[in-house]
Design a protein around this ligand. Structure first.
Ligand code: NCD
Ligand code: ZN
Ligand code: ZN
Length: 399
């Protein structure tokens, strides 16, 4: 098909207005008149490469009541995200090759492209080594602190062994468990667990010469600490747009939201942040009341960031970098994350000016609520093209 009058970053750099001829791959960029190709007129819109989210929890298998690959895949596409990397903390975690193969099969029904982070345990080194060889596996996830699920590797020696063993990127939930427990006993805020966790992960990463990535940084200081050691780092929109007061309303998230001043200061670290990930972690309303931690975020992430762009807090090229190009590079997703001839034929077409209000009931996630409920946003996903096919337009799925 041809997407005509598309305004986009050509090869990630300067904005051009051209036509894009694509099928599974982007075939040619130029001006194409005539011909019998199907056409999509993107006049007045902005076009991103299909976005990449390196941190989602699509919950299948084992917790399909809160999400599965079908609903989660639709939520991703509606959010302009055509590629996701799914986390291993299922009720039966993805820590063996058997579980991995099962998940790879189940994920085939997702409309979005799904890759996987394999789960680290205190002793599954040989399984992790085998998982590393799978094309579908893009990272190893180490949980240094307890969160949803049972995965926990809180021993330095085991972390070090994984870092030496696994040659793709190792992703850390970098909250140090002993510090979490100490802060809880002292009835103090938990953020020091993040500082200790990041320092420990980075130092071990350095000595083992591993490639490490820090998940969900919550503050300016956490970002700077990770960058000082040469790690890559992501944050999630809830740390940029919300503060601890939201946890009273929507229940908690790991790591917890910070004070208003921390959220504001985090924007000042934008140029150092490698990725905006969603940490899409759906739970039912009932589970939230019972204390489940995590927020759904696939469908609000890009519109929130476009709203920030409209307020002058970020730029379109920063967004493309942090929501497509960088996650694709860090996790070695070849041919993904740019609008360039030969790259995959995924495009996210947005209206930079459309105003709308978040209503959890209209979302595709099974969670059917959002911590951004009622927020007035400016910027909306209008259409998504996946491998040369229009799969989503104006709130409807066409595939
Ligand atoms: C995540 C979940 O529910 O799977 N929850 C969360 O609060 N972020 C787990 C995690 O990313 O720590
Ligand atoms: Zn986490
Ligand atoms: Zn997570």
């Amino acid at each position: 098909m041809i997407v005509e009058n598309a305004r986009f970053f050509y090869d990630g750099k300067t904005v051009v207005e051209k036509d894009i001829l694509l099928d599974k791959r982007i075939k040619k960029i130029g001006i194409f008149d005539g011909g019998s190709e199907e056409r999509f007129d993107a006049k007045g819109m902005f076009v991103f490469p299909g976005l990449v989210d390196p941190h989602v929890h699509l919950r299948e298998p084992g917790a399909e009541h809160k999400e599965d690959f079908e609903s989660g895949g639709r939520a991703a596409i509606a959010g302009g995200i055509t590629t996701v990397i799914d986390m291993p903390n299922n009720p039966q975690p993805t820590t063996t090759i058997k579980k991995l193969k099962e998940k790879i099969k189940l994920a085939k029904k997702s409309l979005a492209r799904v890759y996987f982070h394999f789960g680290a345990t205190k002793n599954n080194f040989s399984e992790a080594k085998k998982a590393e060889k799978f094309e579908e596996v893009k990272g190893l996830k180490v949980y240094m602190g307890k969160t949803t699920g049972s995965l926990l590797v809180d021993e330095e020696e085991a972390i070090l062994k994984h870092l030496k063993n696994f040659k793709k990127t190792v992703v850390f939930h970098a909250e140090d468990e002993k510090t979490i427990e100490a802060m809880e006993r002292e009835k103090m805020k938990r953020w020091p667990a993040g500082i200790v966790g990041i320092a420990k992960a980075c130092a071990l990463g350095k000595i083992a010469r591993g490639k490490i990535h820090i998940a969900h940084a919550t503050s300016y200081e956490e970002v700077m600490l990770a960058k000082m050691f040469g790690a890559t780092v992501e944050t999630a929109p809830h740390y940029l747009f919300l503060d601890e007061s939201a946890m009273k309303k929507w229940g908690g998230v790991n790591p917890p939201l910070r004070e208003r001043a921390d959220a504001e200061k985090l924007w000042k670290a934008m140029s150092k942040i490698d990725c905006i990930a969603t940490d899409h972690a759906p739970h039912t309303k009932k589970e939230k009341k019972e204390g489940a931690k995590g927020y759904p975020g696939l469908e609000t992430s890009l519109p929130l960031m476009l709203t920030a762009y409209n307020k002058g807090l970020t730029t379109l090229d920063e967004l493309e970098e942090k929501m497509a190009e960088n996650p694709a590079r860090i996790f070695e997703l070849k041919g993904i994350g740019r609008i360039k001839e030969g790259f995959v034929g995924d495009l996210t077409i947005v209206d930079l000016n459309e105003e709308w209000e978040v209503n959890g009931e209209n979302l595709n996630t099974k969670a059917e609520w959002s911590p951004f409920e009622g927020m007035k946003l400016r910027g909306r996903v209008k259409a998504v093209i996946k491998e040369g096919r229009l799969v989503y337009q104006d709130g409807n799925f066409l595939a």
